[in-house]
Design a protein around this ligand. Structure first.
Ligand SMILES: [Zn+2]
Length: 486
């Protein structure tokens, strides 16, 4: 049984009653709130996805591990979770702040491809596939998530802009259709953004016809490229795709929306302005944001070159789940400082955990029993996804004599369902340091080394077999024999 079907059977047994209580920090109120879904037992969740002009860096990936932890926690508490992550697959010829070079155009140039909608789509599909593989490597179950492409929702985006125009929230300039932020009461309410400073600022505007610096583009005309619309050939603005796809796939009012904290000020406030002006209803009830990942004391970002990818992790022969473990060691709302040394530390810890868990699996014969520590683990996770505490509880309890192997196995099952670390089926033989191996194995190893040194290979092979019979495999490497438990 996969974790998801196990969770569903578990979830279904609880949906008849009420889902368990979960507390989440809502950026809208700035405080921790009890989660209450709009429809009983169903959680509608949208996460801002990547612009697929290249692979997602590890800072981006932190956002999806966080969203996955949230989804798992909801699922295990008894909710059916409906999820969407959008894929931005065409350029908007404008950046976040409507300025600068478009990312997709940059991607096409980099790959020596001509600027066309077909090439944009092809480039996007290539990197969407990389993105989805990255998520799978991190144990994110992509079968349960919808990944709509923005270019498949052009009609919906145009319809939404038309609604905004009809309701008086949009105005036409020679540089495109703009959203009139002054018309939307409470613009900037997410994260308490002070717009007066921005409005009175002396920033030089690319478009002098904009009524306010905070106004943003809804439709950007283009003389050569794009889609037909009531405003001529061109592209939807970046922010409108999330409003349109969230509405199309999840409805006008949703429960949860996640993203990196860099989206709060502009992108998410703009999504709220668009969606709420169009529907007259609350767009999202719980906004959740993860903090940045830093490296060398600076934000991980493609633009500055201070960047690393999952491909780099794999190239260094570090298991991808070590990255997941590394993310979970920090709370999602706390900035996390990445270094290769720190990741190697996480890999070692995860290896030790896998080894410990497989020992307990043998002792308990994978039979589980409930315990108070299992409740403690769930309480930590349901209190704003306290993953560092959950890992602490797990380590402490598995090493303690206070619990039976069956109670420990029960804890492991729940921890694995929430944390997604493949604890029940460790994906790799576990590397064991010689010092940690049982004394008997250490003796056999020394004996084998002595035999090899005196070129008695028959004896060395015999001792290798003895070691294997006892559940360990030995491989020779440049730095000496490497021991793994099998
Ligand atoms: Zn978005």
């Amino acid at each position: 049984m996969t974790w998801i079907s196990r969770l569903f059977s578990n979830a279904q047994s609880v949906t008849s009653t009420k889902p368990a209580s979960i507390f989440l920090t809502n950026t809208l109120s700035g405080s921790k709130e009890l989660f209450i879904s709009q429809q009983p037992g169903i959680a509608l969740m949208y996460s801002c996805g990547p612009t697929v002009y290249g692979p997602a860096h590890i800072g981006n990936l932190r956002a999806y591990v966080f969203a996955d932890t949230l989804a798992r926690t909801l699922l295990f508490a008894g909710y059916r979770v409906k999820r969407v992550i959008n894929i931005t697959d065409f350029g908007h010829l404008v950046s976040d702040g409507d300025e600068g070079e478009d990312k997709m155009t940059k991607g096409l140039k980099r790959e020596g491809l001509k600027l066309s909608l077909e090439n944009m789509r092809a480039l996007a599909e290539r990197y969407s596939a990389v993105f989805l593989t990255d998520l799978e490597e991190l144990n994110i179950d992509i079968k349960d998530i919808r990944f709509p492409r923005a270019s498949d929702y052009i009609a919906e985006q145009i319809a939404l802009i038309k609604t905004l125009e009809e309701k008086g929230y949009a105005y036409q300039t020679s540089g495109g259709v703009y959203y009139d932020t002054a018309r939307f009461l409470g613009y900037g309410k997410l994260g308490g953004i002070d717009l007066s400073a921005q409005r009175e600022g002396t920033r030089i505007e690319a478009n002098k016809e904009k009524r306010s610096p905070a106004d943003f583009v809804l439709w950007k005309p283009d003389s050569k490229l794009g889609w037909e619309s009531p405003w001529g050939l061109g592209f939807p603005g970046w922010h409108i795709e999330c409003s349109a796809m969230s509405r199309s796939l999840l409805g006008q009012e949703i429960d949860l929306h996640t993203g990196g904290e860099d989206h709060i000020a502009v992108h998410h406030n703009n999504e709220i302005a668009q969606s709420e002006a169009a529907s007259g209803r609350t767009f999202v009830h719980y906004w959740l944001h993860n903090a940045f990942l830093t490296m060398n004391n600076d934000r991980v970002a493609k633009s500055t070159g201070n960047v690393a990818y999952l491909a780099d992790v794999l190239e260094k022969k570090i298991h991808p789940l070590a990255l997941r473990y590394f993310f979970l060691q920090g709370h999602y709302r706390t900035p996390l400082s990445f270094s290769w040394e720190a990741l190697e530390g996480s890999a070692e810890a995860l290896n030790r955990l896998w080894k410990l868990v497989s020992e307990i699996g043998n002792e308990s014969k994978r039979k589980s029993e409930p315990s108070e520590v299992r409740d403690r683990l769930l309480a930590a996770l349901r209190d704003d996804l306290a993953t560092p505490q959950a890992l602490g509880i797990l380590w402490e309890s598995l090493r303690s004599d206070e619990y039976t192997p069956e109670e420990k196995w029960g804890l492991i099952e729940d921890a694995d369902a929430h944390l997604g670390l493949s604890l029940l089926n460790p994906p790799l033989p576990v590397v064991v340091s010689q010092k940690e191996a049982p004394e008997e194995i250490q003796h056999l190893l020394v004996g084998r080394e002595t035999a090899r040194a005196s070129k008695d290979f028959a004896e060395a092979d015999r001792l290798r077999d003895e070691i294997e019979k006892r559940g360990y495999r030995v491989e020779d490497s440049e730095s000496g024999p490497k021991l793994t438990s099998v």
